[in-house]
Design a protein around this ligand. Structure first.
Ligand code: NAD
Length: 252
């Protein structure tokens, strides 16, 4: 029984589909106005049990309701994938609006905190389980025009290690993946970027991807496979691990 946040698109959607293909029951969680229902329908068409639960991960009441709805529908919860994330304004720190900082932190760091907080009692009740946090290489290194994003993902990486310490004896493993440049709609959520800045950001991504050892962006499925592995018993002795899925970009 797996909950995947931000599962309407990109890495989250690929993870939900991969988890369903591996036999899991899947709760697709995402904002109400997204394609979450279509991810859930695709899962059901492929023979998996799946529902869409609209949820803003930065809202405590909605997150609590998400975990309750999951337990009511499926009777238990074994895996949480904290994938929902946003990128922020794309400016240097002195130009970052405080509200934008709060929004990025709200989704990227408060979201995983709330989801873990309200999922952990169910994971403990199930006798153990796994949390996989989708962080970023930008949580490991500094990157241009991404102060809030880098800070949020750096925080998520160390939250991963901290939760591994506190919940290991409950049989709950907590790991993080750090994707590099992945071909998703992440840029599409930079709605406050003007078209020129968005184009510049896209060009920067493509140039960065071209410079990395594997010389390309990855498909979301290439990250999803690692998330599903970390969530599974195949990774039974892994906890507190931070796994880069980045085509080697943090090696240079
Ligand atoms: P995406 O934009 O395709 O997917 C992100 C999903 O999160 C969307 O479906 C969106 O609706 C959802 N979301 C946003 N705010 C939310 C909220 N408040 N509550 C619930 N859901 C919300 O982008 P993606 O590339 O698939 O990103 C998935 C994760 O991977 C993010 O955490 C991102 O930071 C991380 N990541 C992406 C890349 C990349 O290159 N695409 C690289 C490193 C890390």
């Amino acid at each position: 029984m797996v909950v995947v946040t931000g599962a309407a698109s990109g890495i989250g959607r690929a993870t939900a589909l991969a988890a369903g293909a591996a036999g899991a029951y899947v709760v697709v969680a995402d904002l109400p106005q997204t394609d979450g229902e279509s991810t859930a329908a695709n899962l059901r068409d492929a023979g998996a049990e799946a529902i869409f639960v609209p949820c803003d991960v930065s809202d405590a009441v909605q997150v609590q309701a998400l975990m309750q709805a999951t337990a009511e529908r499926f009777g238990r919860l074994d895996v949480l994938v904290n994938n929902a994330g946003i990128s922020g304004q794309g400016v240097r720190l002195h130009e970052v609006e405080p509200d934008d900082w709060e929004q990025v932190m709200g989704v990227n760091l408060r979201g995983p905190f709330l989801c873990a907080k309200y999922a952990l009692p169910y994971l403990m009740a199930a006798g153990g389980g796994a949390i996989v946090n989708v962080a970023s290489t930008y949580g490991l290194i500094g990157a241009p025009l991404s102060a809030a994003y880098c800070a949020s993902k750096g925080g998520l990486i160390n939250l991963t290690r901290q939760l591994a310490v506190d919940y290991g004896r409950d049989g709950i493993r907590v790991n993080a993946v750090c994707p590099g440049y992945i071909d998703t709609d992440m840029g599409g959520h930079r709605s406050r970027l003007d078209p020129v800045a968005r184009e510049a950001a896209q060009a920067r991504r493509e140039a960065n991807a071209a410079r990395q050892p594997l010389g390309r962006q990855a498909q979301p499925e290439e990250v999803a496979r690692v998330v599903v592995f970390l969530a599974s018993q195949e990774a039974s002795f892994m906890t507190g691990s931070v796994v880069t899925v980045d085509g080697g970009c943090t090696t240079t």
